[in-house]
Design a protein around this ligand. Sequence first.
Ligand SMILES: [Zn+2]
Length: 78
Amino acid sequence: MKIEVRVCDVCKDPTLQVATYTVSVGDKTGTTDRCGPHGAELKAIAEGTPPPRPRPRRRGSRVASMDEVEAARVPNER
Ligand SMILES: [Zn+2]
């Protein structure tokens, strides 16, 4: 028995549904299969909608700068 599965060109996850996108640059054309997340940007372009924004960072989960880490570690040392 042989099963052929079309997978995303980026993550190659066989459990995800993929769509085939045709991309043209100048006179060159190629195709790429992409899952939902990896095809989101291409899909947005094809549909004429703004590309999805990068995942917003939740408040409180941002990375502290080294100065802030130092300040938190020695609060009242002088
Ligand atoms: Zn993918």
